[in-house]
Design a protein around this ligand. Structure first.
Ligand code: UFG
Length: 348
């Protein structure tokens, strides 16, 4: 059993990982400032796990608060999801992105030193592969990116790697491809604030009538149907991968290791839309639009390293990703409700 501080634990991937941690017998400590999540997620997680969860409403860009939480909780490990993640917004507000994503990382590392926390797994992205040839493999150079968001992932990987050379810590760099889906209960899922940037949340907002139509960005790519190919991965598989990575670090001497979390298969924009239409029984209004700046035509993972080393593979299909997304959307057509959770935060 490990006590795991989950930074950004109320967010989309963080919340699903909290459930997997509890199921695996670990003890999560959630820290979130709810900047892109809602406090009601805590109640949903307590209902799903049937347990009382320790959580803090705290901003990890504040070093004193971060260190105080580590002193109080003495976690064995950290899962680092805390950061800003909208590519376009990062181009508009680069300093805010760098400050938030970097300072959160620095403070978590200082906190780990305070409490002698040994393990950290980081929420990285396939974006670090930039223009490398596909499929992406972990030993390719992390080079990107086209955006401050993407470059913050490269920089954080570097900070963690350099720190591990001199500190008694072990680092897992988890490079996600395109996470979608929701918990099969329909009680937790993806609920971005504002206008969704990513394809599945955009599909969901059209399906629930929050937006009128779905724009398909680019139909003239050199792909079978002309739309971009991506490696969509179910958030439940991804969440399980975090537990596998933590368990691996705890059982090995590895200092730093990167793992791709994808299925190894490309799905086009139109294929995903059609799979969602099948799952929901809806016909979505579509408008073909010009290419979006910065999009690569196609990329997917070589997912073999995670399979060999972690014994982890993505198991869920595109149809399951769509069905689970739709279940969450139907249960929460306006997204998560506002308001205070029943559960009370831990106090420093
Ligand atoms: N798309 C649409 N319409 C939309 C939204 C997206 O057609 O309304 C298309 C995009 O043009 C792209 C595909 O759907 O072809 C997937 O786009 P997403 O924004 O869902 O995903 P990306 O692959 O662009 O972005 C993901 C992650 C980022 C990461 C990036 C590069 O969300 O965190 O991969 O690795 F930076």
């Amino acid at each position: 059993m490990m006590r795991v501080l989950v930074a950004g634990g109320a967010g989309f991937i963080g919340s699903h990982t909290v459930v997997k941690l509890v199921e695996a017998g670990h003890e999560p400590i959630i820290v979130d400032n709810f900047s892109n999540s809602k406090p009601v997620v805590i109640d949903r997680l307590e209902a799903l796990t049937g347990s009382h969860l320790t959580w803090y409403n705290a901003d990890l860009t504040n070093r004193e608060i971060t260190e105080a939480i580590f002193t109080q909780e003495q976690p064995d490990a950290v899962i680092h999801f805390a950061g800003l993640k909208a590519v376009g917004e990062s181009v508009e507000k680069p300093l805010w992105y760098y400050e938030t994503n970097m300072n959160t990382t620095f403070n978590l590392l200082h906190g780990m030193a305070t409490a002698e926390t040994r393990h950290i797994v980081f929420s990285s992205s396939a974006t670090v592969y930039g223009n490398n040839p596909i499929p992406f493999q972990e030993d390719m150079e992390a080079v990107n990116s086209l955006s401050p968001y993407g470059y913050s992932k490269v920089a954080i990987e570097r900070v963690l790697t350099d720190t591990a050379k001199v500190a008694d810590i072990q680092v897992g760099l988890l490079r996600y491809f395109n996470p979608v889906g929701a918990h099969p209960s329909g009680t937790i899922g993806e609920d971005p604030l504002g206008i969704p940037n990513n394809l599945m949340p955009a599909i969901a907002s059209v399906a629930t009538g929050r937006r009128e139509k779905l724009y398909v960005f680019g139909t003239d790519y050199p792909t079978p149907d002309g739309t971009c190919l991506r490696d969509y991965i179910h958030v439940q598989d991804l969440a399980a991968g975090h537990v596998a990575a933590l368990d691996y670090l705890a059982a090995h001497d590895t200092k730093v290791r990167a793992w791709n979390f994808g299925t190894g298969q490309g799905t086009s924009v139109l294929e995903l839309i059609h799979a969602f239409e099948k799952a929901s029984g809806l016909t979505l209004p579509i408008e073909y639009a010009p290419r979006r700046d910065g999009d690569r035509d196609a990329f997917w993972a070589d997912a073999s390293r995670a399979k060999i080393e972690l014994g982890w593979t993505a198991e869920k299909t595109i149809d399951e990703m769509c069905a689970d997304t739709w279940r969450f959307q139907q249960a929460n057509p306006e997204g998560y409700p506002d308001g205070d959770p029943i559960s009370r935060p831990a106090q420093l």
